[in-house]
Design a protein around this ligand. Structure first.
Ligand code: DGJ
Length: 732
């Protein structure tokens, strides 16, 4: 891997064995995007592309000798604003004279081994400088005294480029940033499908693929969180690309707040991809010498289809985004009491519950919402993190110790960013939530969002949470967040800085999480936001696993987990076996299938053991044993999607270990049909020349991958599944 700068051509070439990213300084000034894709030896053609005379209505930069160059169609890395490029901009500023024109020219660059951390922001990292190389290009608008340092990192062994920008006000006058996106990538053609992961509460990550069409297309969140409605991810796929072949570009934004991902397909059939913090309700005052750091964008390229793109994301996030003690640890099988008790429990009831769970083989008990004073419904008490002695007379410490004495770990639910109107905290601090003074506040799940942009608010919540964590032996925290922001304002902030609030909130949250996770390095943190409402790469940096959805229905989960697998590895993806009829959709699904779906990820239980039949309890105990035996593979193995529930009545995936000596295949048939078609699945990831055994039968690796296995013949009834273990053997 290297980053090469060709002095003559003024060309940057970032490459490793699989990818190349090429940029050129056109006439020494403009930073043009030249090529991003499969590794090439060198780019020798001259830029810009022939422009003919079509730029007639598109202005040319002043002092340009001919009319052959216009910023309006140049493929750029940092297009300006109001200076001749009429496409969507990467940035916008209001300068002290009230005007906005800005354009950047090359000043200098540096290349160094390794990768710098981003101040106050989550980002991918290296453990050894040899793993990556970074290029920083400084672009400047000298008249505006504004600098933009564009940072590019290429990893030696991954098909990944990460990008971010640092803006610095070099003048002595204040300026306002109205938009500061992190990355612009101009691709030279527009022959793409756009793949995205939109959704809703309990219906997250519903994969959609459409033809990219002319004009601007925006995927975004204005909710103050990355949100259930849209993942900060998109992919551009060649129309012929599929799971296992073809070109795909994937982009993921390492940020947990408002974001914007825009594609612009221009008349000249070029595609601009813009990614960054949403400019909706955003502005930032940048004083003399101040810096604004944008979050990171992860750009992945694959010429082997979507699955290989996913595999690059999975490995990067497992190895160089997640951090801490639990990063490579097998995750415990937990049981959570939420769907069994909701707010209605006592210590006695919980202990009876955990005794049964322990006998079953469960390793961690998670006490969900409702353990703090007065919290008998969702209308009250958020902000007062004091144990409810009516439900738990001996307190949390006693409960934790009793549960741990039984051999289970103890976990606790918190929702630290929220406040109920009916709480002591609200009585004492009626202005600590995000709101506009003298303007009605919207309510969401009967609660307000605490103003985490304010340090005194964070400090009080930190004090309350750490008081519990210092005194109660807690092994795990479920960090929840159950509403989105509205009336986004912070009472003490100056008028001209009110629109900084949502970003300052996220920076405050990150600061809080950094402090908390460092103070309790062995606690396992699970990220939750009413399900997957903030399951994004930003949160992965602090919490190595996330609750994917409040929808625990196995059939609905097939799609949710399939969509989720595009970017997140199974170890980060929490899935629970839950009761029937299912609480979200009322469906009755066989136990085997409920277990198979949940065991396809980071497995847990959300069932009331009292209500299950003894036959089912025995079966669940067997699943737990089986999962423990196979969890290294199921949590950390290579994952291949084989059949999509978005496209058919079936779903299938397989996990394969690094040595290719063991694989576990999952197959699901959703609805039953009489006289149904034969379904054959071709496996992936095995060793072609090896011999594998499935039960008593042996197969060659290439046979399993090229011909496949018939899977649905004997399945009868709706919502059926199969789990097939495949072991490599020495020979036939
Ligand atoms: C939403 C979460 O997603 C649920 O699992 C549960 O913890 C509830 N909040 C509790 O209020």
């Amino acid at each position: 891997m290297t980053i090469h700068f060709d002095e003559n051509k003024r060309q940057f070439h970032l490459f490793n064995e699989s990818i190349s990213y090429v940029m050129e300084l056109y006439r020494g000034t403009y930073l043009l995007q030249t090529y991003f894709g499969e590794r090439i030896q060198a780019f020798t053609q001259s830029l810009p592309y022939p422009l003919k005379d079509r730029s007639s209505f598109s202005p040319n930069p002043k002092d340009w000798p001919d009319r052959g160059f216009s910023l309006d169609s140049a493929l750029q890395e940092i297009p300006g604003y109001d200076t001749g490029d009429y496409r969507e901009s990467i940035c916008a500023f209001t300068f002290c004279d009230g005007t906005k024109a800005v354009g950047f020219s090359y000043l200098e660059h540096t290349i160094f081994q390794g990768k710098k951390a981003l101040d106050g922001l989550p980002a991918t990292y290296v453990e050894d400088d040899e793993e990556a190389e970074t290029l920083e290009i400084t672009m400047i608008d000298a008249k505006r005294q504004l600098k933009a340092v564009l940072s590019y990192t290429i990893f030696a062994k991954r098909s990944v480029i990460t990008k971010s920008i640092r803006y610095q006000n070099m003048g002595n006058q204040v300026l306002y940033i109205n938009k500061a996106l992190s990355s612009c990538l101009d691709l030279p053609d527009a022959n793409f499908d756009l793949l995205q992961l939109p959704g809703a509460w309990a219906n997250e990550k519903q994969l959609k693929r459409d033809r990219l069409s002319m004009g601007v297309h925006v995927l975004d969140s204005k909710r103050g969180a990355s949100s259930v409605m849209q993942q900060p991810f998109m992919a551009l796929m060649r129309p012929e690309a599929n799971e296992h072949s073809g070109e795909v570009y994937g982009f993921h934004f390492v940020y947990s707040g408002n974001f914007k991902m825009a594609t612009e397909f221009s008349f000249f059939e070029q595609t601009r991809v813009l990614i960054g913090i949403n400019d909706h309700n955003f502005s930032w005052k940048l004083g003399a010498n101040e810096i604004f750091q944008t979050p990171e964008v992860v750009c992945v390229y694959s010429n082997k289809g979507l699955n290989s793109l996913s595999s690059t994301f999975h490995k990067l996030y497992r190895e160089r985004l997640a951090r801490g003690f639990h990063k490579y640890q097998e995750r415990p099988i937990l049981i959570n009491n939420w769907e069994s008790t909701y707010f209605d429990f006592t210590e006695e009831k919980l202990l009876a519950f955990t005794q049964k769970a322990q006998k079953l083989g469960v390793e961690l008990f998670v006490l969900d919402d409702g353990w703090f004073e007065g919290r008998n419904s969702d209308t009250t008490s958020l902000g007062d993190w004091i144990v409810d002695k009516k439900k738990l007379p001996g307190g949390l410490k006693q409960l934790a110790k009793k549960i741990q004495a039984e051999g289970l770990k103890f976990g606790l639910w918190f929702e630290p960013e929220m406040i109920s109107e009916n709480s002591q905290l609200f009585e004492q601090h009626p202005d600590w939530h995000l709101h506009v003074t003298d303007y009605p506040s919207s309510i969401g799940r009967n609660q307000y969002v605490l103003d985490f942009s304010r340090s005194e608010v964070r400090e009080e919540i930190y004090r309350q949470v750490t008081q519990i964590l210092d005194n109660v032996p807690i092994d795990y925290i479920k960090w929840d967040m159950n509403r989105n922001m509205t009336e986004v304002a912070s009472v003490l902030r100056e008028t001209d800085q009110q629109m900084e609030t949502s970003h300052r909130y996220i920076l405050g949250l990150y600061e809080f999480l950094e402090k908390l996770t460092n103070r309790y390095p062995t606690i396992l943190f699970e990220n939750c936001s009413g399900g997957g409402g903030r399951f994004d790469p930003g949160m992965v940096y602090y919490m190595p696993q996330s609750w994917v959805s409040d929808n625990t229905d196995a059939v609905e989960r097939l799609k949710i987990q399939y969509g989720n697998s595009l970017i997140f590895p199974s170890v980060m993806t929490c899935a629970h076996l839950s009761a029937v009829p299912n609480h979200q959709v009322g469906r009755i699904t066989p136990l085997d299938t409920r277990a198979a779906v949940a065991m396809s990820a980071n497995f847990g239980l959300m069932i009331d053991l009292e209500k299950e039949s003894s036959v089912d309890i025995d079966k669940i105990a067997e699943y737990l044993q089986w999962y423990k035996k196979n969890r290294q593979l199921l949590q950390f193995g290579d994952f291949y999607r084989l059949l999509s529930p978005f496209e058919s009545n079936h779903a299938s995936w397989v996990f394969v270990n690094e040595e290719k000596s063991k694989a576990i295949l999952f197959f699901f048939e959703i609805l039953a049909n009489a006289n149904k078609p034969f379904i054959k699945v071709k496996l992936k990831g095995l060793q072609e020349s090896a011999v594998y055994q499935i039960q008593e039968q042996t197969y060659t690796g290439d046979e399993l991958m090229k011909f496949g296995l018939y899977l649905n013949e004997e399945l009868f009834g709706d919502f059926q599944s199969k789990i097939i273990e495949i072991n490599r053997i020495d020979s036939f």
